[in-house]
Ligand binder design. Structure first.
Ligand SMILES: [Zn+2]
Length: 294
């Protein structure tokens, strides 16, 4: 178990508990969520060690790993995923410094995003911890990702774009990842990090029931301010912030499920969260940070 005495992002010791959240997906265990007074990061306290966290990923409902299509939420997830793949492609190709280049996707899952980018004419590579997902990526798309440790063996300045779609919040070696990613990116390379945003309307509404806390799998719960401070520490800057509109609905649906609530209420909360995010993009349920070297 890891107990933080200092903030995992800024090292401040001005940290305090906010509330306890339940692991609704696998274990039903409670985990405390703490907040840093300095950088505003929230983080899961007393997390399992990296070598022990695997047991918390053993659930057929963990859709990003199993590609399950059972149940209405998983069905909707797959329809929306096709559209979000298209949006991600537009955001990546529209903000990269080259028309066609090389892309590394960290946490590439079953390879759907890599396949999309490959078809747009890019050379692609992936890293994925889950062995089953790696095999599926090979079977489905002929793209075989490496295991995540390979990140630390990559040559400096080897990629035009690096992407992490809802992955950074799962990574124990937070600072090692960011510093290595910076080295691995070319000088004008662009990094895309998508993470949930606990400062969103839906997060404030659901509090400890907010599904994107997803303890203990989500180790960090970023605010835009904490992300900015983390990146600045490593000589990186946020160029743009892009909202992920569908996540407001998806996360609200999962959150209602946590309290046996109604899908209609989830739809209304998702709508209202997006109305607010329309005027304040940094208030969306999930955000894509478009990042460059400082
Ligand atoms: Zn902090």
């Amino acid at each position: 178990m890891i107990h933080y005495s200092n903030c995992p992002v800024c090292k401040s010791n001005s940290i305090a508990p906010v509330f306890s959240a339940k692991d609704y997906t696998v274990s039903n265990e409670l985990f405390e969520i703490w907040e840093c007074d300095h950088c505003t990061l929230r983080f899961t306290q007393n997390i399992p060690l990296q070598e022990n966290i695997g047991q918390y990923y053993q659930a057929s409902s963990y859709v990003s790993h199993t590609d399950s299509k059972e149940g209405p939420i998983n069905k909707l997830y797959h329809v929306v995923r096709s559209f979000t793949l298209y949006l991600k492609r537009l955001i990546v190709t529209g903000n990269a410094h080259v028309a066609k280049g090389s892309l590394l996707d960290i946490g590439s899952g079953t390879g759907a995003f890599l396949n999309t980018i490959h078809h747009a004419g890019w050379s692609v590579a992936g890293l994925e911890p889950d062995e089953l997902a790696r095999k599926k990526s090979t079977d489905l798309y002929g793209i075989t990702p490496g295991s995540p440790e390979k990140l630390f063996e990559l040559k400096n300045s080897s990629y035009d774009v690096i992407t992490m779609w809802h992955v950074l919040e799962h990574v124990h070696q937070l600072h090692e990842y960011i510093s290595t990613i910076k080295k691995t990116l070319k000088l004008k390379g662009v990094l895309f990090i998508a993470v949930p945003n606990y400062t969103s309307f839906d997060a404030n509404k659901y509090k400890e029931l907010w599904a994107a806390y997803d303890v203990p799998r989500h180790l960090y719960h970023f605010s835009p301010k904490s992300m900015k401070i983390l990146l600045k520490t490593h000589g990186l800057v946020i160029d743009k912030i892009k909202p992920m509109w569908f996540d407001s609905f998806y996360v609200s649906m999962l959150s209602e499920q946590n309290k046996s609530g109604s899908l209609f209420i989830a739809f209304l909360i998702g709508c209202w969260s997006n109305v607010i995010a329309f005027f304040r993009k940094d208030k969306c349920s999930s955000l894509i940070y478009v990042i460059k070297k400082a």
